[in-house]
Design a protein around this ligand. Structure first.
Ligand SMILES: Cc1cc2nc3c(=O)[nH]c(=O)nc-3n(C[C@H](O)[C@H](O)[C@H](O)COP(=O)(O)OP(=O)(O)OC[C@H]3O[C@@H](n4cnc5c(N)ncnc54)[C@H](O)[C@@H]3O)c2cc1C
Length: 453
């Protein structure tokens, strides 16, 4: 027992020095300094990190899921469904869930925040698993333990579904202080609910002038959402009769999805409000001058929402399981089974995944159902055949009443090129009232599945 304690403490101190970069910055320095000198007791602030978290004894093999987003919530429910003997623990750093899908419609007052907000406790209660509000700091695959700000937890299986992080360096903002200021004053609204609240306030109080929005390059979260957001913002400005110009700087060569539908919306509904500028690679942002720089131009703004390119959650990289060939530091996993290469007890799902599937809530949900089966199958020595995730995405373009367009798509593996391609796709680019109603019905169905009975 005491050996185990010493071992844990030593391992933890080594481990924090290596992997805590994304958490409290002071912690690893203090801990490793002590480890190096070999003197001094663990400061009380860190003592709790070295203890086991206070949790009920697991009643079966414990599966820990990191991240209560679309992916983690799906896995928690369906793991229990496929193997009721599992003791499933879902961990999220936030106390409650707020949906990103449909948040653009909320920005334009087409639904209220209650529609998007749900309780992790309801989800856990209705689907027979445990929820813990905690921040995961890292994990040790050798001893099969994760470390959180409320102590460590042993696992039999670990699912990492922590989503994404921004990568400001890819728009030329390298300095940590500038990144922090940019995030605080001009949040992208693609990672946390607080960003969305700030953005809504901006839209509702904007007095007029130039409002810069951008579409990042690379494989970013929710391909249609930045274009949809431009439409919803323009609809609000139009309704409020604000003299505003939305400069939509697209870092890609053209609209990436539902192209005809969005072009028609920009031209027919928001000609006086949206100026769309493709191939606008952002190379810097001057916060004092309030200007965005691209290769050829400089765009002064009165207000902005800056959505930087993204990368997989830093948790993946810091734990040493990122694929070195992945520009977005996505996990190095088996493309069909989702486990970390060489470790069938650790899985990565949702927007942190390595596969190039669309980064969407619906994708994460259909994929989560499959991965739950894979893990349950692994525990029972059963192989589950691969099946494609399904992507379904609604995009609102007009309000009062809400009108939307949609796409459904699947994926297939191309044996010749060794990459995943799109498979059968169904796209409706003529937005209408039925599309608007369908978007609400879709979200309601998803929330019902994840949170209620
Ligand atoms: C504006 C907007 C509109 C969108 N519209 C759509 C849409 O119409 N349709 C659609 O299908 N998708 C849409 N999406 C995309 C969708 O939201 C994401 O693809 C989806 O949320 C991905 O799920 P995830 O579980 O991988 O990540 P997330 O949902 O981001 O969940 C990750 C969770 O992990 C938690 N976490 C991270 N790190 C830690 C840690 N260290 N410790 C504890 N917890 C941690 C976070 O708190 C978070 O709750 C939209 C996204 C945005 C931003």
């Amino acid at each position: 027992m005491s050996n185990e304690k010493n071992f844990s403490r030593r391992r933890f101190l080594q481990f924090t020095g290596l992997t805590l970069a994304g958490a409290a910055h002071a912690a690893p320095a203090v801990a490793t300094e002590q480890a190096a000198s070999g003197v001094g007791a663990t400061p009380p602030a860190f003592a709790r990190l070295l203890r086991a978290a206070s949790l009920p004894q697991p009643k079966g093999a414990r599966v820990v899921i990191v991240g209560g987003g679309w992916s983690g919530l799906t896995l928690a429910k369906y793991l229990k469904r496929h193997n009721p003997a599992f003791d499933v623990l879902l961990i999220d750093r936030h106390p409650s869930f707020v949906s990103f899908p449909l948040s653009n419609s909320w920005l334009a007052d087409q639904i209220n925040l209650d529609f998007l907000s749900h309780s992790f406790f309801d989800a856990a209660d209705n689907h027979d698993y445990h929820f813990l509000q905690a921040t995961v700091l890292g994990f040790d695959r050798e001893s099969r333990k994760i470390y959180t700000d409320v102590g460590h937890i042993a696992y039999e299986y670990l699912v990492l579904a922590p989503g994404i992080d921004y990568d400001y360096a890819r728009i030329g903002v390298e300095d940590a202080e500038q990144q922090e200021l940019l995030f605080q004053h001009y949040p992208g609204g693609f990672v946390s609910a607080s960003e969305l609240l700030t953005i809504k306030h901006k839209i509702q109080t904007f007095k007029g002038g130039t409002f810069v929005l951008n579409v990042p390059n690379g494989d970013y979260r929710c391909t249609a959402a930045p274009y949809e957001r431009a439409c919803m913002m323009a609809a609000v400005f139009k309704k409020r009769r604000v003299h505003a110009k939305i400069l939509l700087l697209d870092m890609n060569t053209g609209i990436k999805i539902k192209k005809d539908g969005f072009h028609r919306a920009f031209d027919e509904l928001y000609k006086d409000y949206i100026e769309y500028l493709p191939s606008s690679e952002i190379s810097g942002i001057d916060l004092d001058a309030k200007a965005v720089t691209t290769e050829f131009d400089e765009y002064p703004f009165d207000d902005a929402i800056i959505y930087p390119p993204i990368r997989a959650s830093r948790l993946i990289d810091e734990a040493g399981i990122a694929n070195p060939k992945s520009p977005q530091r996505a996990a190095n996993t088996d493309p069909f089974r989702y486990h970390v290469v060489g470790d069938e007890h650790v899985y990565v799902t949702g927007d942190s995944r390595g596969q190039p599937f669309s980064k969407g809530g619906h994708t994460a949900h259909s994929e989560g159902k499959y991965v739950a089966e894979v893990i349950a199958g692994h525990a029972l020595g059963k192989d589950i055949a691969w099946r494609s995730p399904q992507t379904m995405c609604f995009s609102s373009v007009e309000i009062d009443p809400l009108q939307a367009m949609s796409i459904i798509t699947y994926y297939k593996f191309n044996e010749q090129t060794n990459v995943f391609d799109f498979d059968r796709t169904h796209m409706i680019e003529d937005w209408d009232l039925q599309g608007g109603q369908a978007s609400l019905a879709w979200a309601e169905g998803m929330f019902r599945d994840l949170f209620y009975r």
